[in-house]
Design a protein around this ligand. Structure first.
Ligand SMILES: Nc1ncnc2c1ncn2[C@@H]1O[C@H](COP(=O)(O)OP(=O)(O)O)[C@@H](O)[C@H]1O
Ligand SMILES: [Mg+2]
Length: 257
């Protein structure tokens, strides 16, 4: 399997702060897999992601992403990755389709190619009906899906997503999870950060627990489940989330707000 991301001793110290925000983190990810960076607020998830995506420079360590060195070949890294930040920067007034075309043009696509790619992504992310509406009017889940779509315009080999579903309702969360799974099935490697164990459980192949900037525990999801203890069978009544999904439906609830 091709390794698409490898980090060794990745470190970030911010000026005037005693403790390193990220302190000697090792990571490894193969093609077509999902790596979840888990940890509480302040654990160093976003800073790690920002270093890997060349948005901020490490103060120590090294990493190769999609075959290029983040310190010496930043522009090559940026051409081969997609990034969805915690707060995305789309034009609120432009429609979803117009945003996709605009970013396609900014990435160097010819007008017809940008329109073609926008149309494909609107279908892929179930946004055809909302394509003409201003992004500022999108629900949280639609907003997250258009963020993902924009990040995929240049068909990145590695997609980075910071807290994909924080603040989303359960229906929107499921639909975003489905969208990520579909990408991975097509061969994109994904690095996501999350505060939610269930999200890592649902999406990830590999998990890295960060604590105070360091790796507290890392492994494949199967290894980590075994560490959690012997298998057990439990019965429980359906959860309120099941009731919610019954009430609002798995796909339509978001559009009806
Ligand atoms: N620009 C910055 N300047 C100084 N400290 C920062 C900066 N960005 C993040 N930090 C600190 O680095 C630590 C890790 O933050 P962050 O990577 O945002 O954590 P997480 O995403 O896991 O919540 C925190 O202690 C945070 O306060
Ligand atoms: Mg963060």
């Amino acid at each position: 399997m091709t390794v698409v991301l490898e980090a060794e001793g990745l470190t970030k110290r911010f000026p005037g702060r005693q403790a390193a925000a990220v302190d000697g983190v090792d990571l490894r990810l193969e093609e077509g897999r999902v790596l979840a960076l888990l940890g509480a607020n302040g654990a160093g998830k976003t800073t790690t992601l920002r270093m890997l995506t060349t948005l901020t420079r490490p103060t120590g360590g090294s990493a190769r992403v999609a075959g290029a060195d983040i310190r010496t070949s930043g522009s090559a890294v940026r051409r081969r990755i997609g990034v969805v930040g915690q707060y995305a920067a789309l034009d609120e007034v432009l429609s979803g389709r117009a945003n996709l075309v605009l970013f396609g043009r900014l990435l160097g696509l010819a007008p017809a190619a940008a329109r073609q790619r926008a149309a494909e992504l609107l279908v892929q992310f179930d946004l055809v009906e909302a394509a003409g509406r201003p992004v500022g009017q999108y629900s949280g889940g639609m907003r997250r899906r258009i963020d993902l779509a924009v990040a995929l315009i240049n068909r990145p080999r590695v997609l980075f997503v910071d807290e994909p579903t924080t603040g989303l309702d359960p229906v929107a969360r499921r639909s975003l999870w489905d969208a990520v799974r579909e990408l991975v099935d097509k061969g994109t490697a994904v690095v996501l950060t999350t505060q939610y164990l269930e999200e890592a459980d649902a999406l990830a192949d590999d998990v890295v627990f960060l604590r105070d900037g360091s790796v507290a525990l890392a492994g494949s999801i199967d290894e980590l489940r075994l560490l959690a203890g012997p298998p057990r069978i439990e019965t429980r009544p359906p959860s309120l989330e099941d009731l919610y999904l019954t009430l609002y439906g798995p796909t339509t609830a978001e559009e009806n707000r």
